[in-house]
Design a protein around this ligand. Sequence first.
Ligand code: NAI
Length: 433
Amino acid sequence: MQVTMIGAGYVGLVSGACFADFGHDVCCVDLDPGKIDRLHAGVMPIFEPGLADLVAKNVKAGRLTFTTDIAEGLAKAEAVFIAVGTPSRRGDGHADLSYVHAAAQDIAKQLTRYTVIVTKSTVPVGTGDEVERLIRAANPDAEFAVVSNPEFLREGAAIEDFKRPDRIVIGTEDARAVAVMTELYRPLFLNRSPLLFTARRTAELIKYAANAFLATKITFINEIADLCEAVGADVQDVSRGIGLDNRIGSKFLHAGPGYGGSCFPKDTLALVKTAQDFGVPVRIVETVAAVNDTRKRAMARKVVAAAGGEVRGKTIAILGLTFKPNTDDMRDSPAIAIIQALQDAGAVIRAYDPEGTEQAKLVLKDVHYAQDAYDAAQGAEVAVLVTEWDAFRALDLDRLKTVMAHPALVDLRNVYRPEEVRARGFTYASVGR
Ligand code: NAI
């Protein structure tokens, strides 16, 4: 099939490369000429394991192309995916749909035959109706269907998630669109990934409900972790003890510095706003968002305590900046709030991240970026493990101790065993243990 992706970001580029790998002809369109130039040169605009090889293989096979020209991108399209950003709107927390609406207007002008327009971006309930209205208004004779097909991939494991999803959700009641979407996803269907057809509004809500539920699980175990610290229990054992119950499940029960990233913070907020608009407030999700918000800066207090109650003029080493390992994505990373809180308290920050430094430079000021964990720890009073990259899982603690001004480790991901670190002469703090 002929597929067009509008937006070649984390979702558009990964989905486009995977659809091409299934054998479809895919053209990725992006407004950003720098991104398209890099893709033409074989340079990935994002860090995602396996992506460079997958893109190269499909470009070579002639199934994957890139352009900034929407007319060229849509010339042969049977299905057009909208995979542009839907960030929080400044001021009110609603999803900013301006990119989605602009993409819809661009598509409308190019439609010459029956086309399925698929919103892959995470969009509030009713957005499909609005996209349909915009296209109809701009091109009254166009033959098209608007389908909701939310994406559930995780950065860092995006290709695997796209190719082996737990489920594919498709929101449409248009019979021709059902046939097109079934054909597009046929390789996954044959892999027995369940294809769930629903009404369009239901599909839109499924994405928000899924993210809000996962954010709730994380926030729940984070609060239990705080309680563990107060009563002298171990949150990792509590997680295991409850997670072995199949009704609960063991995933997303790792206590830490609070959720971040490009999805959970903005999606929980957008769900709260939608629910308020409809007069049906989702109080649990409101609380989850509020609790998570305060948690990130609260983590800085652990660091201050490990530094003896004062960080003014002291060097703090930050190990890991991205919101999770195996991505370069810094959007809403907990590291940002933690570093800013420490800087507000007068700390000097040295930081190292295996892939996120370039993105971090765009959001953090006055940070010295180091070459590796030991370089970051030079002269530091406290080293703070913020993101659990593999590079930080087996640190040479003796070497770390020799470069630090004072051996203290705050492990916000519970990577190390407290007794092991303390036996090496470190002051050690973690989360919920
Ligand atoms: P991104 O910011 O990485 O990529 C968006 C791309 O769209 C940018 O390259 C931008 O230049 C381009 N763009 C914007 N307007 C355009 C237009 N009119 N024509 C052509 N290109 C245009 O965003 P990301 O992370 O890929 O997210 C996209 C959507 O997918 C969002 O709604 C997000 O919530 C959702 N999502 C993201 C996931 C993730 O892990 N990043 C996972 C699941 C869903």
